[in-house]
Design a binder for this molecule. Structure first.
Ligand SMILES: C[S@@+](CC[C@H](N)C(=O)[O-])C[C@H]1O[C@@H](n2cnc3c(N)ncnc32)[C@H](O)[C@@H]1O
Length: 238
C-alpha cells in the first residue's frame, strides 16, 4: 500500500492515537485483500473513519465503519466530504452488542480499538465470528505489551494508563485469548514493525492526548509496549 496516497487525510483532527494508517499499511502489506464491490468489510472501532476510507479505496469493497465514541452522523459527513459516501456506511454501535446481519463480512479490520472490548476468552467466538463469512479474514493492529513482559501490564504501565493498563496484552497472550474453535483455521499474532514511526507521527501532533503520551514515551511506552498484529483466518465452508 502506498501511504503517500493518503497523506492529505492524516491530520491532528482525524488521528486518535499512533498513526493508524501505518498500522493498516503493515497489515495490508502482509495480508493484501482484493475484493469486489459487493463484498463487505467491517472496520470495527473505526474512530474518525480514516482507516475506513483506506480500506474502501484499497480493497474496492463496501465498508461498514462502526465506532462507539464517534457518531454515525459525524463520520457520514466526513465520508461524503471525502467522496466515499456511497461506499462506506457509518454505524454507531457497541462492539460487544452488534446488530449486523449474520455471516455477511468477508473481512473485519480493527485498528487501535479491539483491546478496548475484546480482551476476554470466548469474545471472538461469541461476538464476532457469527457476523463473518466462511473463509473470511480478520486483521487487527493494537497496542500491547512485549512478549517478555507478559502478565506485568499493571505493574509496568499503570503510571501511564491507570486502570486501563490491563487492556495491554502481549502477542502471545492475544493468541491464547482468541483461542481456537469451530470456524477458526489459524491465528497468527506478532510484534509489528511500525511501532516507532506510528508513535513518532502521533507524538508530533498538537493534540492534548499526544502531549500526555509524550511524557511517558521514553520511560514506559518505548521499553515495554509494542503494536500487536493479529491475523485470524476462518475455515472454508464444508
Ligand atoms: C484510540 S481510538 C482509535 C480509532 C481508530 N481506529 C484509529 O486508529 O484512529 C479507539 C476507538 O475504539 C472505539 N471503541 C472503544 N470501545 C468500543 C466498543 N465497545 N465498541 C465499538 N468501538 C469502541 C472508540 O469509539 C474509539 O474511536
Amino acid at each position: 500500500m502506498n501511504m503517500d496516497n493518503y497523506k492529505a487525510y492524516i491530520s491532528a483532527e482525524t488521528m486518535m492515537g499512533p498513526n493508524s494508517v501505518r498500522i493498516l499499511a503493515e497489515l495490508f502489506d502482509k495480508y493484501p485483500l482484493q475484493f469486489v464491490s459487493d463484498d463487505r468489510i467491517l472496520d470495527l472501532g473505526c474512530g474518525k473513519g480514516l482507516t475506513s476510507l483506506i480500506i474502501a479505496r484499497e480493497t474496492g469493497a463496501r465498508v461498514f465503519a462502526n465506532d462507539l465514541w464517534i457518531s454515525a452522523k459525524e463520520n457520514g459527513k466526513r465520508f461524503a466530504e471525502w467522496g466515499v459516501g456511497d461506499q462506506i456506511t457509518p454505524v454507531c454501535e457497541d462492539a460487544r452488542n452488534l446488530h449486523f446481519e449474520k455471516k455477511q463480512f468477508r473481512a473485519l479490520i480493527s485498528i487501535d480499538s479491539y483491546h478496548y472490548f475484546a480482551g476476554s476468552e470466548g469474545f471472538f467466538q461469541e461476538k464476532i465470528l457469527p457476523f463473518m463469512k466462511d473463509d473470511g479474514v480478520v486483521l487487527i493492529g493494537i497496542p500491547g505489551l512485549k512478549d517478555e513482559y507478559t502478565g506485568c501490564a499493571e505493574e509496568l504501565l499503570s503510571d501511564w494508563l491507570g486502570e486501563d493498563a490491563c487492556m495491554f496484552k502481549s502477542p502471545k497472550r492475544w493468541k491464547e485469548i482468541i483461542g481456537v474453535g469451530d470456524g477458526i483455521e489459524s491465528v497468527d499474532t506478532w510484534e509489528m514493525d511500525c511501532f516507532s514511526k506510528a508513535w513518532e507521527d502521533w507524538l508530533a501532533t498538537d493534540n492534548t492526548f499526544a502531549a500526555g503520551d509524550r511524557q511517558h514515551f521514553e520511560r514506559i511506552i518505548k521499553p515495554y509496549t509494542c503494536f500487536v498484529g493479529v491475523c485470524i483466518k476462518l475455515k472454508k465452508a464444508l
